[in-house]
Design a protein around this ligand. Structure first.
Ligand SMILES: *Cc1c(COP(=O)(O)O)cnc(C)c1O
Length: 396
């Protein structure tokens, strides 16, 4: 049977060339970068080369604006808590974010609300995109931070980051973006887009798990989250994950180098599959059709449960997800789909496919042939579908 891994928004396989670049830093150049002897020095050099390469690929002016972390979640926590704690003394206690952020952002905001901060959660409307004017209207005298993700992990929508950045700059408010899903798929330039802080992680772009970074523009005041040694210029303690940093830099470089060609191929295959699956009755595409990641498809099929759909897909060799790895296993529908205004019963029947560049036209055709049969099968056993059909008849 054909095996298709279509859950790259959850995590990716590490690229073989990235892995090869990392290996020496486990076994040969294993020294502590903070030490004075030679293997330490070599490790230090690798770490700083990685920092420089990432800075260049993000359009950062200085390599030392890149701080290595344990991944996207830590970077999001640090950016939001760090800035809010630093600005609290100035009386700033308001955060602006969106309803569709990753839980690393939403739960951090919720934790800060418990400490007395106030949070505005912006609407994303039916297409899953924040309106820049809503950001501007939400800014207050006491706004400490705007945090809006670059691209959404469930529905793949790409936010108007440059417009939001310009608004934040105009009002002198700091702007953080979670670019975990966008990096490697969208051309990012923190200078042009007026981004003050940016989160990234390696494992979503064919790098290793447990390694990410936070870009912090020079001059931004931020409190320390991880206390301890003086690593990362005294701002983030812990012996540096040298192999991880090398892996992150290599993965980003590879993604940037292959971006144009890969996006072209993925967009074409994605659109072909979307058009084909939309022929299923009472199906819908979630999130804007154009302003979305080239590798993301998120659809709902009325009258079925997402979980049973995923199990059936798995039996047919297709690894998909219902949207977010964090909500699978719970029966709550995704907060992202609910934010689009979908009713609970429809939001339950969702399927996210997220591809890597390995996907082929044959894979896409196989999915297009497989899904309609599964949806039909599940609907035939579904009391919800029976109800929908009965209502259709009444209306006719
Ligand atoms: C995966 C993901 C994260 C979390 O990153 P980790 O490295 O797994 O902690 C944060 N934000 C978004 C948008 C993600 O997709």
């Amino acid at each position: 049977m054909r095996k298709i891994y279509a859950d790259n928004a959850a995590t990716t396989a590490i690229s073989k060339t990235v892995l090869e670049k990392m290996l020496p830093y486990f076994t040969e150049v294993y020294g502590n970068p903070s030490s004075l002897y030679q293997v330490g020095g070599e490790a230090k050099k690798a770490l700083e080369n990685a920092r420089e390469s990432i800075a260049k690929n993000l359009g950062a002016a200085h390599a030392n604006e890149i701080y290595f972390t344990s991944g996207g979640s830590e970077s999001d926590n640090w950016a939001i808590k760090g800035v809010c704690y630093a600005l609290k003394a100035k009386g700033k206690k308001h955060i602006i974010t969106s309803k569709i952020e990753h839980h690393a952002v939403l739960h951090t905001c919720a934790a800060l609300e418990k400490e007395g901060f106030e949070v505005t959660y912006l609407d994303v409307y039916e297409n899953g995109i924040v309106k820049p004017e809503d950001v501007e209207n939400a800014i207050r005298e006491d706004t400490a931070l705007v945090t809006i993700m670059y691209a959404n992990n469930e529905i793949g929508t790409i936010q108007p980051v440059a417009e939001i950045g310009a608004i934040c700059k105009k009002h002198n408010v700091l702007f953080h973006t979670d670019a975990v899903q966008a990096a490697g798929y969208v051309k990012i330039n923190v200078a042009d887009e007026n981004i003050d802080l940016l989160s990234m992680t390696a494992h979503k772009i064919h790098g290793p798990k447990g390694c990410g970074c936070l870009y912090i523009r020079r001059g931004v005041r931020i409190n320390i989250l991880i206390e301890g040694g003086a690593q990362e210029r005294g701002k983030r303690a812990g012996t540096e994950n040298v192999a991880g940093a090398v892996g992150l830099a290599a993965a980003l470089q590879e993604a940037v180098d292959t971006m144009d060609e890969r996006n072209k191929k993925l967009t074409q295959l994605r659109n072909k599959l979307i058009d084909s699956l939309l022929k299923i009755e009472r199906s819908r595409l979630n999130g804007d059709k154009e302003k979305r990641l080239p590798n993301n498809i998120n659809m709902c099929f009325e009258g079925i449960e997402g979980e049973s759909l995923l199990l059936k897909l798995d039996l047919n060799g297709i690894s998909a997800s219902s949207g977010s790895a964090c909500t699978s296993g719970s029966l709550d529908p995704s907060h992202v789909l609910l934010a689009l205004g979908l009713p609970h019963e429809i939001a339950h029947g969702s399927m996210r496919l997220s591809f890597s560049e390995d996907i082929t036209e044959e894979d896409i055709d196989y999915i297009a042939e497989t899904v309609p049969g599964i949806v039909d099968y599940l609907r035939n056993m579904s009391p919800l579908w029976e109800k929908i059909k009965a209502e259709e008849k009444k209306e006719a």
